[in-house]
Design a protein around this ligand. Structure first.
Ligand code: NAD
Length: 511
């Protein structure tokens, strides 16, 4: 094992951070779930997992908390989220560092993830005074028709390793102001950041006082079996599940079978089009961050690039140079832009996709293992740029690693056709200075994704917008805009303040 790039070993630093963040030692030692840092591959904790019966009890406590939480006025519920935001501000440096150590993100992305949690708390506090219903025109005289929004019940949250804490906050901040208790099953690869977040939330609850019922926020740790308890429990009327499309294929039908509401945030296979008029310097920077940032392990990572034939030879060789020179390595070291893959399976999946591409005649730049960091369990790879002649083969599926497939196009119709010809529909971009092309891409005849951008890459969304995608991405929306409606139930109310009883559609029923 090579020397770590800090005076502390990862394990020692993790222990210190967990202690400072308020996680008891028993919660991360002596348990059955080994947690590895992708930075060195070493085991940094042994977390005790939640049994099915314990999970059921946690859900039961959240269910019991629902009536008291539901009955508090929404602005008062917002006060808890305000305190959560304050606690997160105070813990930002430590929690961000823990994200780096447990998930392998470079420090600015670790801190950025916690900033995203703070941002959604601020958003949700404002929202707690804006859970508006409409007043609707009624066809009957002296009647009033309106919509009311009511809390739904326990909100389950299942999250993926690559946004180990932000995804919980997108759901929890909204669910809490909407009046729903929250039970969270984080990724088995990142339970430590979940434990720390839970401890931070406990501090907010303690400051909030007795109005917060016992069991309002629950945490279940373990693999998919623990998540399945949440999926199957009829006391959970809404479940937000973030992860692979394969996971969604299991979870979605089960929720549908019991008529629970599903917020599915699944895989992406995001693309960008670089048109002849594009500002190539700007496009280069946008592509580089979107394709290589977070070592290609964002759901919104840029994976497919369609470059107009007339500019291909000006852009792609420059991109290949950036790919060859970007610093890959220990994210704790300054200047590193690409950290480790989460585990060996991710590295093997990347190599399989590259082998398949080579067999199909592609030119592959990069993609090789970067040796010499940590134990053999730590997997670092130089990002791969893959020049393909056809939109076919591995390019059609999401490989959760830094691979960018590049293809030439000659007409915008052709590029949009390829763009939409994959299962996923999460995020998309066009780089162009031509207003007609930009508007066409954003129109109903353009990108079929939940997110469509102009002159920025597909990754790095702000919390103010609704986040999510179509088709195999699952159709769910989280975070901003009116995503809150998924955490509430809508009642249409009609009030008759006349002395008559006119029926709708002019129906008569005289008795
Ligand atoms: P994963 O599907 O392996 O696991 C995600 C979570 O689901 C984990 O907590 C896991 O334990 C749980 N899980 C898996 N199968 C389950 C089942 N049958 N029942 C209940 N729970 C189950 O995903 P991952 O490897 O952690 O994350 C990477 C994937 O997540 C990528 O496909 C990425 O695109 C996607 N992702 C999507 C978004 C989004 O917002 N659309 C955000 C982040 C990640």
């Amino acid at each position: 094992m090579t020397a770590p790039h800090t005076s502390l070993s990862v394990t020692t630093e993790v222990d210190q951070l967990l202690h400072r963040l308020g996680v008891p030692r028993a919660a991360h030692t002596g348990g059955d779930l080994a947690v590895r840092s992708p930075i060195t591959g070493e085991v940094i904790a042994q977390v005790p997992t939640t049994s099915s019966s314990e999970a059921s009890q946690v859900i039961g406590r959240a269910h019991a908390a629902f009536p008291a939480w539901r009955d508090l006025p929404a602005p008062r519920r917002g006060e808890l989220v305000r305190l959560l935001g304050e606690e997160l501000r105070a813990a930002k440096a430590d929690l961000g560092r823990l994200v780096t150590l447990e998930a392998g993100k470079v420090p600015s992305e670790g801190a950025g993830e916690v900033q995203e949690m703070i941002d959604i708390c601020d958003f949700a506090v404002g929202l707690s005074r804006q859970l508006y219903g409409l007043t609707l025109a009624t066809e009957r005289a002296e009647h009033r028709m309106m919509e009311s929004w009511h809390p739904l019940g326990v909100c389950g949250v299942i999250s993926a390793f690559n946004f180990p804490v932000a995804v919980w906050s997108w759901n929890a901040a909204l669910a809490l102001v909407c009046g729903d208790p929250v039970v969270w099953k984080p990724s088995e690869k990142t339970p430590l950041t979940a434990l720390a977040t839970h401890a931070i939330a406990q501090r907010a609850l303690a400051r909030f006082g007795a109005d917060a019922p016992d069991g309002l926020l629950g945490l279940l740790l373990g693999r998919r079996e623990v998540g399945e308890v949440l999926v199957d429990d009829p006391r959970v009327p809404v479940l937000s599940a973030t992860g692979s499309t394969a996971m969604g294929r299991h979870v979605g039908p089960k929720l549908a079978a019991r008529f629970a509401r599903a917020i599915l945030e699944l895989g992406g296979n995001n693309a960008a089009i670089v048109a002849p008029s594009a500002d190539l310097d700007l496009a280069l920077r946008g592509i580089a961050f979107a394709a290589m940032g977070t070592a290609g392990q964002r759901c919104t990572t840029l994976r497919r690039l369609f470059v107009h034939d007339s500019i291909y030879d000006r852009l792609v060789p420059r991109l290949a140079k950036v790919y060859a020179s970007v610093k890959v390595g220990d994210p704790r070291e300054s200047g590193t832009l690409v950290g480790p893959l989460i585990d060996r399976a991710a590295f093997d999946g990347m190599q399989r996709a590259l082998d398949e591409s080579r067999a199909a005649g592609a030119i592959v730049h990069g993609g090789e293992r970067v040796e010499g960091i940590g134990t053999p369990q730590a997997c670092y790879a130089r990002p791969a740029l893959v020049e393909l002649a056809a939109h076919d083969g591995p390019v059609l599926r999401e490989t959760f690693a830094p691979i960018l497939y590049v293809m030439r196009y000659t007409s915008l119709d052709e590029a949009i056709g390829w763009h939409n010809a994959v299962g996923a529909g999460l995020s998309s971009s066009i780089f162009t200075l031509d207003m007609r092309e930009a508007e066409r891409f954003l129109s109903s005849a353009g990108s079929d994704c939940g997110i469509a951008n102009v002159n920025i890459g597909p990754s790095g969304a702000e919390i103010g917008g609704a986040f999510g995608g179509e088709k195999e991405t699952g159709g769910g929306r989280e975070a901003g805009s009116d995503s809150w409606k998924a955490y509430m139930r809508r009642a249409t109310n009609t009030i008759n303040y006349s002395t008559r009883l006119p029926l709708a559609q002019g129906v008569t029923f005289d008795i």
